[in-house]
Write a protein that binds this ligand. Structure first.
Ligand code: SF4
Ligand code: SF4
Length: 63
C-alpha cells in the first residue's frame, strides 16, 4: 500500500486531473486520497505547484 498526504493545498486541482486512478477526491475541507485506489505513482506529488503532497509509504514498484 502506498498513499499520499495532502497539506498546504491551494486548491488548484492539478493533482485531481493528474491522478490516473482518480484516487484524489475533493472534500468539504480540502482533498482526500483514497488509499484503496492510490498506486503510489507519485504523479500528483510531482505536479503539485506548492509541494503540498507527501508520500506516506514506499511507492509500489519504484525506486
Ligand atoms: S500517487 Fe498516483 S495514484 Fe496515488 S494519489 Fe497520487 S497520482 Fe493518484
Ligand atoms: S496539486 Fe497541490 S495545490 Fe493543487 S489541488 Fe492538488 S494538493 Fe492542492
Amino acid at each position: 500500500m502506498a498513499a499520499v498526504t495532502i497539506g498546504a493545498c491551494q486548491g488548484c486541482g492539478a493533482c485531481l486531473l493528474t491522478c490516473p486512478t482518480h484516487a484524489i477526491r475533493p472534500t468539504p475541507g480540502g482533498l482526500t486520497v483514497r488509499e484503496d485506489r492510490c498506486t503510489g505513482c507519485l504523479e500528483c506529488l510531482e505536479i503539485c505547484p506548492v509541494d503540498a503532497i507527501r508520500a506516506t509509504a514506499e511507492p509500489r514498484g519504484e525506486r
